[in-house]
Ligand binder design. Structure first.
Ligand code: NDP
Length: 501
């Protein structure tokens, strides 16, 4: 039964989309409708972008420390509502409650961290090459940012984009994933309550396929910050490239955990189970490959299969649940479609592999936690992002081969190596073609004070979080002040060595 109706937030008002239509927000564990959301049209996108443009000048001139105070208050509200937000998140996209709390905590961490940037945003002051001249750099906001986000971290990822965009003086049009409109509305409510002026953040709900091109092409959008699938990211980048718009894209992954023959195997199994099946394998950093040295491969497989078979599927709000559903029927079918693909290519399903049809599980979008073995590095299940509770074990005979296999996909987001040999650890730290490297820990669990993002086709070179986020949401401006009172020509009127004091 629908209990809530979710609306757009445009120019400081909660409004219906102009199409008069709505779409359903489902609980993926039950398939039931938990809310309806207004379905926006391109006319609503226009209104949101225009409101953001109107608000921009006042916001960019509002002192950054004061902008930080609003963000700090938003962090306080999030903290006070952490449990409610987490429960709604679990109901809306399925991850178990403890992980939903972690998602909210990451949003809080990011918000506090970025609030502090209101009093930093350092530029450089450097010596000038001419006398009586000043040289420095400062950040300048882009203008209006389109923040387009996925459903798998429905609070954390929007905060990664919206908070740094705001602290630097940009205004925002936020287009969240259609699977998670409720958490997007909650975030906008929190920022409104924290005192964000009208028009600074605008929320538009509705299908990206219909609204996306219009939003991306809108002449008043200056920067597109996108996290999602590689296909959508490539599509957006293509449109934005022709228009010379800035794009920050965080895309797919095919992350691996490497277990060397000197590893603590039991510790590695804990890391693999957590990284492969947490959030039902739908983290961008999920370990969908395990690269095991032959010296330990049988042990790894036996223990991993044993643990995967014991994981209890269920509603994420139930304390007994280890693994929730995937986000949608479509995602469930996509995951299931890889089982015959794996077998046809010669892999073996050693655990899981089925959609459960019995009882309450049959109503939701569940897929059994699955371990594939006899996998070769070039198989589709070892190359393509499945984005579900599936991990593929590949056996290797040496450290060199492990590094080669690790780097053999087009993606480059996260990896981990389990080893007790410091030399091997350093080789992976140096040679892994991934934006995140973990040693003796899983592939998930990034902290917001360091840059986050991927190499190769996982992105386009930008990083979110950490100080690196500031580079996405601002341009550098270099400023020279000549106080000599005469024309001084840089690179020409140089101070001669023999005239030096
Ligand atoms: P999608 O690409 O399907 O959707 C992401 C967002 O883009 C949604 O808001 C979606 O709207 C919107 N969108 C869809 N089509 C367009 C379009 N033509 N123009 C503009 N926007 C559009 O990805 P998912 O939501 O399925 O997210 C999962 C993917 O995200 C995985 O590949 C995962 O690896 C990646 N991801 C990457 C991360 C990273 O940091 N590298 C972090 C988290 C996820 P709608 O929902 O309405 O379709």
């Amino acid at each position: 039964m629908a209990t809530t109706h979710l609306r757009n937030y445009i120019d400081g008002r909660w409004v219906e989309g102009s199409s008069g239509q709505s779409f359903d927000d489902l609980d993926p564990a039950t398939g039931e409708v938990i809310a309806t959301a207004t379905r926006s049209s391109t006319a609503d996108v226009d209104k949101a972008v225009e409101a953001a443009r109107r608000a921009y000048d006042a916001w960019r001139l509002y002192p950054a420390p004061k902008r930080g105070e609003i963000l700090y208050r938003a962090g306080e509200i999030m903290l006070a509502r952490k449990d409610d937000l987490a429960r709604e998140m679990t109901s809306e996209m399925g991850k178990v409650l403890a992980e939903a709390r972690g998602d909210v905590q990451e949003g809080i961490d990011m918000t506090y961290y970025i609030a502090g940037e209101g009093r930093r945003q350092f530029g450089d002051v450097v010596p000038a090459e001419l006398p009586n001249k000043w040289a420095m750099s400062m950040r300048h906001p882009h203008g209006v940012v389109a923040a387009i986000t996925p459903w798998n971290f429905p609070l954390a990822i929007p905060t990664w984009k919206i908070m740094p965009a705001l602290i630097l003086g940009n205004t925002v049009v936020f287009k969240p994933a259609s699977y998670t409109p409720m958490l997007a509305v909650r975030l906008a409510e929190i920022l409104e309550e924290a005192g964000l002026p009208k028009g600074v953040l605008n929320l538009v709900l509705g299908p990206g396929g219909d609204l996306g091109d219009h939003l991306v092409q809108h002449p008043a959008i200056d920067l597109i910050s996108f996290t999602g699938s590689s296909d959508t990211g490539a599509h957006i980048s293509e449109i934005a490239g022709r228009l010379l718009k800035r794009v920050s894209a965080e895309l797919g992954g095919k992350n691996a955990i490497v277990v060397l023959d000197d590893a603590d195997v039991d510790l590695s199994i804990d890391g693999i189970v957590w990284s492969a099946f947490g959030t039902s394998g739908q983290r961008c950093t999920a370990a969908s490959r395990v690269i095991a040295h032959r010296g330990v491969a049988n042990d790894v497989i036996d223990k991993l299969v044993g643990r995967a078979k014991k994981l209890r599927m269920g509603h994420g709000l139930e304390p007994t649940t280890d693994i929730g559903p995937v986000v949608s029927r479509q995602a469930q079918e996509k995951v299931a479609s890889y089982m015959p693909i794996a077998e046809k290519e010669g892999a073996t399903i050693a655990a899981g592999g089925r959609i459960p049809t019995e009882g309450a599980l049959g109503k939701g979008f569940f897929h059994e936690p699955t371990v594939l073995v006899d996998v070769k590095p070039n198989m589709r299940v070892a190359q393509e992002e499945i984005f579900g509770p599936v991990t593929a074990v590949i056996e290797v005979s040496s450290v060199d081969e492990a590094i080669r296999v690790l780097n053999s996909t087009k993606y480059g987001l996260s990896c981990s190596v389990y080893t007790r040999n410091v030399n091997n650890a350093f080789r992976f730290m140096r040679d892994a073609e991934t934006g995140l490297v973990y040693v003796n820990a899983g592939t998930i669990g990034a902290e917001i004070q360091l840059p986050f993002g991927g190499m190769k086709s996982t992105g386009n070179g930008h990083r979110e979080a950490g100080r690196a986020a500031l580079d996405v949401y601002s341009e550098w401006k270099s400023i020279y002040v000549d106080y000599s009172g005469k024309l001084q020509r840089a690179q020409m009127d140089t101070v001669e060595k023999d005239k030096a004091p």
